[in-house]
Design a protein around this ligand. Structure first.
Ligand SMILES: Cc1ncc(COP(=O)(O)O)c(C=O)c1O
Length: 362
């Protein structure tokens, strides 16, 4: 087998090796049935077991109460930017958006097409480096919901808490930090996440939605944009991404073996700490992008003294088996995405590389 490298990609991102190996071993004949999971009906009992196990896995790992539905949709997290206002924001109604990065900015843009979407916090002018404290947030009295992005993947800016909406339904884009730490699902009315970072491959969007919100879906909604209709059909209103859901099931089983989300959180904090320590102890050669109390433990973003060095850094790292470190094209710099499946040895290899690079170029 070709040797695997350390893949720091922000998403689609590295998957756990045992998951890939299991999928490989079952590729030609799933469960001994002589067909792959991609070749069987989504209505077959074999697939039914897969999707039910995947839902149960998510429910267990995130501690999702019974009054929430777990849905597997398509269209990415991006479709949720539209689907949420299409369902829960009428023309003359208000929703509060907390904009801490590029994804939150995209989300509010779509919401504005539907109703009065208000940015009650927007850190764009200061370069998307911070998250607000509770004191900095004043919610609109009549807000239908509050929307925020728990981890901004591009800037590497993360909320360290589950936001308290003071009774207003909270909706959260958790695409890039779901399953990375224990969280209180009951604080949310709706959680969504593209799968391609911590949950599985691209092409599936996880939505966790509270029953009372389902009741607010307007009548006459387009069927495939109707959370209620999708929930009623167990995410099988049309053909779901069967392969993606199968991998999600395997990732949940792998998480079991890792000791679940609490154990994952300890590992994630440790990986992030050694990397941020390396940045902070580089005498200013490396500069972290986010403010310290908003630093993401999933996407570590930093800069070098100039763009030319950043380019050289990413290219040289890639040639040494440390791939995907170039920052997002919109902000530049370096970004190391170290999701659940990313091994600590890879972070250590990056730190060694950083020390060496700084010595030679500092
Ligand atoms: C926080 C966040 N929200 C939304 C998206 C968009 O997701 P998708 O490509 O699944 O539409 C991403 C993609 O990386 C993301 O990181």
């Amino acid at each position: 087998m070709t040797e695997r490298i350390y893949n720091f990609s922000a998403g689609p991102a590295t998957l756990p090796l045992p998951v890939l190996e299991k999928a490989q071993s079952e590729l030609l004949s799933f469960n001994g049935i002589g067909m792959s999971v991609m070749e069987i009906s989504h209505r077959s009992t074999h697939f039914d077991e897969v999707i039910e196990r995947a839902k149960a896995g998510i429910r267990k790992h995130l501690n999702v109460p019974d009054n929430y539905q777990i849905l597997f949709l398509q269209g990415g997290a991006t479709l949720q930017f539209s689907m949420i206002p299409l369902n829960f924001l009428g023309k003359n109604e208000t929703a509060d958006y907390i904009v801490t990065g590029a994804w939150g900015k995209k989300a509010i843009k779509e919401a504005k097409r539907e109703g009065n979407a208000v940015a009650i916090y927007n850190s764009e002018e200061s370069g998307f480096k911070s998250v607000p404290s509770d004191d900095e947030l004043t919610f609109s009295e009549n807000a239908n919901y509050i929307h925020y992005t728990s981890n901004e993947t591009i800037e590497g800016v993360e909320f360290k808490r589950d936001l308290d909406g003071s009774g207003i339904p909270v909706i959260c884009d958790m695409s890039s930090n779901i399953l990375s730490r224990p969280m209180d699902v009951e604080k949310y009315a709706l959680i969504y996440a593209g799968a391609q970072k911590n949950i599985g491959p691209s092409g599936v969007t996880l939505v966790i939605i509270r029953d009372d919100l389902l009741e607010k879906v307007p009548e006459n909604q387009h069927t495939l944009l109707d959370y209620h209709a999708i929930a009623n059909k167990g995410s099988m209103l049309n053909t779901p991404n069967t392969w993606g859901i199968y991998i999600i099931d395997l990732v949940c089983q792998w998480l079991d073996e890792q000791g679940g989300v609490s154990a994952m959180y300890e590992k994630n904090k440790d990986k992030a700490k050694i990397l941020y320590d390396a940045i902070d102890s580089s005498d200013g050669f490396y500069r972290g992008h986010a403010e310290k109390d908003a630093r993401s433990i999933m996407n570590v973003t930093f800069n070098l003294p100039n763009e030319e060095l950043e380019k050289q850094f990413a290219t040289k790292a890639s040639s040494e088996g440390l791939d995907g470190l170039k920052g997002h094209r919109s902000v530049g710099g370096i970004r190391a995405s170290i999701y659940n499946a990313f091994p600590k040895e890879g972070v250590e290899a990056l730190i060694d590389f950083m020390d060496d690079f700084a010595q030679k170029n500092g």
